[in-house]
Every structure is written in structure tokens, then in C-alpha cells.
Design a protein. Structure first.
Length: 414
């Protein structure tokens, strides 16, 4: 990265492309083996292969009767030679011309190649008569039908969660190789900020951004160093950057990235790091910084809470996935919806407005605003389930016009 910064507004797409092309996964050669119970939220470092067949044996897909198809002929009555249950297979003698009562999941007796469902069987004193024709192999789940022994069930770079870990447990996988957790240092800047829970004095506000960022980093499985609130003092900021850089793979600050007299972050980065770009052509979130310190990458979030959350969601979240070597990450695809309410928009920047999307009585997807969209109105996130994404040069949107909707992923759904 050049030791200069882009002073003009750049698009969100260009910003993300710069971030992802200039960075590389940091954890590929730093892995550990963990038991499944300690692996939730971690990223697989290598492919996981099944040690067993699933199912592990031929078994019945139905409650019914196992039969040799060679014995079958219409109107014949088949004595029942025994029973097979899940966990208690049939093991006795099986005379020619007879059948085996079998339950779902039970091992198919050797020689059987048909299971006839009980609804197609007429039970008589002498045995069972079948009321339908048969096809060899019907209602039998073959060994390895789902998963073959040695088959790759998870690739490298997969986040382990409720869909993946039970699968591995069902295969008897006890431990999995995962990447180390990404180390992220966070701090906020500003004399006006106070920690949550501290009484506010005149002119002070709560440090919402660091609290929100810390929560999102925890959701993303990062190891977090929280350096708290750094006052508007160059030396204090320098110490915070140096401490963060020594610990982290990624440093995230909040505030101090605009053009105010007390915004020292840009000056500090020019002194100790390399700045990639500084301003985005999006709303909210124009003052977002990306760069490189001696060791760590750096993202500077805007001070306004809505802007900070949006830029974290759209830019920092995919960056963390890249640095963590997570290959299965993506934002939900955007959808087309009709505006159920008007949306105010000034041309010039790509606009992300908080909204609620749902299906109307005609089955059409529609979106309605959560109300005021100011960068201080953080309550809009708790009301919304999506962004309405309005094109850079688009103006006001009237009711009934088509808009793009980007559903929230789990990071904002909670």
C-alpha cells in the first residue's frame, strides 16, 4: 500500500475491492485442534472428511416387510420368519418364501433386496399377502447413500455452527482443526464520550460505537482487546495505536476520522502508518478510513453510531472474513421490492436506509422506512430487518417505485 491516501470520495465497491485485494488471511499457518464442544464460531483450517459411511449399513426407509424379490409372486402368502428393529437386527434362520417384519432404520437382513411398506400388506393368520407390485431396491437406504467414508463433508474456511457441528458429531468426529481467532483491538476517541453506566455531564454522550463494535466482534469470533476511550490528545492516541498494533491483526477505532480540529486520528496515521483511503461516497458513513500500521491493518469508523454500524457491516465484516480465512461468508443477496412508503434521497452518494421488508396481501415484496434516517438515530436498527439501497444518483423515491432491498444477516439480526 502506498504511503498516500485517496482524498476524494470513492465508491463502496472500490473501497471493498481495495481492502480485500491488499489483505491476505493471517491464520493459515497458525491452527489448533479443538473438541467439537469448544469449536462453535471457529473457522476450519483444513477439510473435514468422514471416518464412516452414512448410513453405516443398508437399512429400511419404512415400517414394513423385508423380502427377497426372487420369492415374490402375486397373491402369495409369506410367513413372517422374524423381526428386525433399529438396534436389534434380525439374526435367525430365514427360510425361502418367507418375509421379515422390519422397522424404519433397522438393518436389512442379508439377502433382502426389497422392503414393502406395511400399508401395502394384508396380515392373515398364515402370514402376509402383499397388495402392490415391487421393484428391487425399493424402500432400502444403502450404505453410504448420504456420505461415503473418506468423503469431504466440510471444506477449509467454514465457520462452525449449528448446521455443521451436529453433522460432525453424527459422524463420530471428536476434534477439528481450526484457525486461531483473529486478534482485534478497539478503542474510541473523543473527550465527550463516557462508558455505558457512567453518569453523563453536560455535553457528554455514551460511547455507543465501541460497545456495538465489541458485540459484533464477539459474534464474529474475534479475540478482542478493548482499550477503552482515548481522549483528544495526540500522545494518548499515539500510545493507544502502538499498544493496539503490538497486539492485533486488525485495529478498529471509532471517531476522529472527520476534519475537525480535534480529530487527530488522520494525523497519527500519517505519522505511524500508511493510509489507503479516507472518504466514501456512501450515506451514512462518508468518513471511513482504511490503512496499515506497522503490524496490523486499520479501520477507522465514523463517530456517528448509525454510520459506524453501517461501515462495520458493509466493509469491516467482509474484511474480518478475509483475514480469518473464512471462505463461506457472503452478504444475503439483494431483492427487488416495491416502496410501501416514500424514501427521501439526495443524489450524490449511495444511500443505505434502514427499512422493514415483508410480503403484502398480494404476495408482493414491499419495503417501508423505519422513519427518520439521521446518522444519530440508532434505534432504526432495532426496528429494521434490511437496508433499502438507493443508487448514487437517484433522488426521492415515491410509493410504488421499485427499490433494492438487502436483508440483514445474523450480525444485525442479533
Amino acid at each position: 500500500m502506498e504511503n498516500t491516501f485517496t482524498s476524494g470520495l470513492i465508491s463502496l465497491q472500490d473501497a471493498l475491492e481495495k481492502m480485500l485485494t491488499q489483505t491476505a488471511p493471517l491464520t493459515q499457518n497458525d491452527t489448533q485442534w479443538l473438541p467439537l464442544t469448544a469449536s462453535a464460531g471457529r473457522i476450519t483450517a483444513s477439510p473435514v472428511r468422514s471416518p464412516v459411511f452414512v448410513p453405516p449399513f443398508d437399512n429400511s426407509a419404512m415400517d414394513g416387510y423385508a423380502l427377497r424379490s426372487a420369492d415374490f409372486h402375486a397373491d402369495a402368502v409369506f410367513p413372517v420368519a422374524g423381526k428386525a428393529f433399529a438396534g436389534a437386527p434380525f439374526s435367525g434362520e430365514w427360510p425361502t418364501g418367507s418375509c421379515i417384519r422390519i422397522m424404519t432404520g433397522a438393518p436389512v437382513p442379508a439377502g433382502a433386496d426389497v422392503v414393502i411398506m406395511q400399508e401395502e400388506a394384508e396380515v392373515l393368520d398364515a402370514g402376509v399377502r402383499f397388495t402392490a407390485s415391487i421393484v428391487p431396491g425399493q424402500n432400502i437406504r444403502l450404505i453410504g447413500d448420504d456420505i461415503r467414508e473418506g468423503q469431504e463433508v466440510l471444506g477449509a474456511g467454514v465457520r462452525l455452527g449449528a448446521a455443521q457441528l451436529p453433522l460432525l458429531a453424527s459422524l463420530g468426529v471428536e476434534k477439528v482443526e481450526v484457525n486461531r481467532r483473529l486478534k482485534v483491538a478497539v478503542f474510541s476517541t473523543g473527550d465527550e464520550l463516557q462508558p455505558v453506566g457512567t453518569p453523563l455531564k453536560e455535553g457528554q454522550i455514551y460511547d455507543t460505537n465501541r460497545f456495538a463494535v465489541h458485540l459484533m466482534l464477539n459474534q464474529l469470533g474475534c479475540e478482542v482487546l478493548d482499550l477503552g476511550i482515548i481522549r483528544d490528545d495526540p500522545e494518548a492516541l499515539r500510545q493507544a495505536f502502538n499498544q493496539a498494533d503490538a497486539f492485533a491483526d486488525l485495529v478498529i477505532s471509532s471517531g476522529g476520522v472527520s476534519v475537525g480540529e480535534a480529530d487527530y486520528t488522520k494525523t497519527m496515521l500519517e505519522e505511524i502508518g500508511k493510509i489507503g483511503f479516507w472518504k466514501l461516497a456512501i450515506k451514512p458513513g462518508k468518513p471511513f478510513a482504511f490503512g496499515k500500521l506497522s503490524n496490523a491493518w486499520f479501520c477507522g469508523l465514523p463517530g456517528n453510531p448509525v454510520s459506524a454500524a453501517l461501515t462495520f457491516y458493509q466493509l469491516v465484516q467482509p474484511l474480518i472474513a478475509k483475514l480469518s480465512a473464512q471462505s463461506d461468508w457472503s452478504l444475503p443477496p439483494r431483492l427487488r421490492a416495491k416502496a410501501a412508503t416514500a424514501f427521501k434521497k439526495t443524489p450524490g452518494r449511495l444511500d443505505f436506509q434502514r427499512a422493514v421488508f415483508s410480503h403484502n396481501s398480494q404476495g408482493e415484496l414491499e419495503a417501508r422506512t423505519t422513519g427518520p434516517q439521521g446518522s444519530h438515530v440508532f434505534s432504526s436498527y432495532s426496528l429494521a430487518n434490511c437496508f433499502v439501497v438507493l443508487e448514487r444518483e437517484r433522488g426521492d423515491v415515491a410509493v410504488g417505485e421499485w427499490v433494492e432491498v438487502e436483508p440483514f444477516n445474523a450480525l444485525l439480526k442479533g
